[in-house]
Design a protein around this ligand. Structure first.
Ligand SMILES: Nc1ncnc2c1ncn2[C@@H]1O[C@H](COP(=O)(O)OP(=O)(O)OP(=O)(O)O)[C@@H](O)[C@H]1O
Ligand SMILES: [Mg+2]
Length: 422
């Protein structure tokens, strides 16, 4: 049986049975970036291989007119799969559902897992982690979980069980002692919390809570505050009647829509930018041309990577810089200090604290009733979130295996009956 933590940013696969499951090396280590690349008539690639293929394609197809007709590159497909308003997109002229797109990614992950020796018995059952909350409406939540199940079936898994991601992590952290453990899982897309306690030989889940808050949102916050203006967000343009208007936000927001952009039909956006370049003030024309080139040359991932790496650097350094250029129109170097970043994401930290309080409320506990708080998920390393947790649970916060704790507990969670009710 396989366990897959299909994350917004990273995917981890385990195999085996229950407590003895192990993380598989998928050919580039155990943590595979959730990236998908493909061209016509070629095997799709995932992970670092997909990133290398994308970088190579940008050079190979440099002179091509429409790059989107040559290759496609997707990131954070989990966000698309859990977006109830997104159903699919046209790829190389043909409609593809979002389940199919995710299935291409998962099929390649499965192929690599099989190669890594995961499927000794030819067993193709799967335990998949899922965020605690896909929607606050039960029917929609069920609809979205069915989408995840469908993508897994299309990828070649015969049977899928679901486990809430922070419940899987809790299984690995809980000890013999009858004490409350809170898992705070802040990843790329969602914040997921579980509170659990050992009762006899059983693990009792006292509460779970989840919301859409993760590294992608923090990256978008940085982009809106510091990057979009280099692409004209603060610009003005003149209407035919001579009125001066501000730049429509949705247009320059393209450089903050990292996962949605590669999935979007850009026809309308391109036309709007072309019209705006014509009417814009001279000072803004180059920025808008830069935006057009950014879209035409499929550069979203390059900018995303710069921002994401800068944000990660701010977890250990006091300041960083985001450098990017779209020749010959746009070039910038934005210095960002940790203080700047913390001011920017303060509402996100408040919101995370609110969710912790909701989880405690659901469990009928006060902060002092919790013996241990385990931080997992890459974004749980952001010092502002660490400080928030330390404030609530002084001296009781520890770091788990940030990228692999969820995957490591999936199969044992299933064995212990902690699956999401069918
Ligand atoms: N040291 C760090 N400081 C801040 N952020 C970090 C650090 N390391 C990784 N991240 C962020 O963590 C996120 C990835 O974490 P993780 O792999 O746990 O997410 P995921 O499991 O793919 O997402 P999710 O569970 O939400 O679907 C990215 O947004 C990345 O920028
Ligand atoms: Mg995760």
């Amino acid at each position: 049986m396989y366990g897959i933590d299909f994350g917004t940013s990273n995917t981890v696969v385990t195999a085996g049975s229950g407590g003895s499951s192990r993380v598989l090396d998928l050919g580039e280590g155990g943590v595979l970036p959730s990236l998908l690349y493909f061209e016509r008539d070629r095997r799709a690639s995932v992970g670092h291989e997909a990133m290398a293929d994308y970088t190579d394609a940008l050079l190979r197809f440099k002179e091509a007119g429409n790059l989107y007709s040559r290759f496609r590159f997707f990131q954070a497909l989990k966000l698309a799969l859990k977006d109830r308003y997104f159903e699919g997109t046209a790829i190389f002229g043909e409609y593809m559902s979002v389940e199919n797109l995710v299935a291409i990614f998962l099929r390649e992950v499965k192929r690599r897992a099989d190669l890594a020796g995961g499927m000794g018995s030819g067993d193709d059952r799967l335990v998949l982690g899922r965020p605690v909350q896909l929607s606050d409406d039960n029917a929609t939540d069920r609809f979205l979980q069915d989408r995840f199940a469908k993508a897994c079936r299309l990828a070649g898994f015969s049977h899928v069980d679901f486990v809430h991601e922070p419940v899987a992590a809790a299984v690995g952290f809980i000890g013999e002692k009858k004490e409350c453990v809170l898992v705070f899982d802040l990843g790329g897309g969602t914040l997921d919390i579980s509170i659990a306690r050992m009762e006899g030989s059983a693990i009792r889940i006292l509460a779970t809570a989840g919301q859409d808050l993760g590294g992608y949102l923090l990256d978008e916050d940085i982009s809106r505050a510091r990057i979009t203006r280099h692409f004209g967000s603060e610009g003005k343009f003149h209407t035919m009647t001579g009125r001066e208007l501000s730049m429509p936000r949705w247009i320059t927001d393209q450089v903050a829509s990292f996962y949605a952009l590669p999935l979007a039909d850009l026809t309308r956006t391109r036309k709007a930018i072309r019209d705006l370049v014509y009417d814009a003030r001279d000072a803004d024309k180059a920025k808008l041309k830069g935006l057009m080139e950014f879209l035409d040359k499929n550069l979203a991932f390059g900018l995303f990577k710069e921002i994401d790496e800068a944000k990660i650097e701010l977890s250990t350094e006091e300041k960083t810089a985001i450098r990017f250029e779209v020749k010959p129109f746009v070039a910038f170097c934005e210095e960002v200090t940790r203080d700047d970043f913390e001011a920017l994401v303060k509402p996100r930290v408040d919101s995370a604290m609110h969710l912790v309080m909701i989880a405690l409320g659901r469990a009928g506990l006060d902060p002092h009733d919790v013996a241990r708080v385990v931080r997992v998920g890459g974004s749980s390393r952001v010092p502002a979130f660490v400080a928030m947790l330390e404030g609530l649970f002084p001296g009781r916060v520890e770091e788990g295996e940030v990228f692999t704790s969820i995957a490591a507990g999936l199969l044992e969670a299933k064995e212990r009956g902690l699956v999401v009710a069918p």
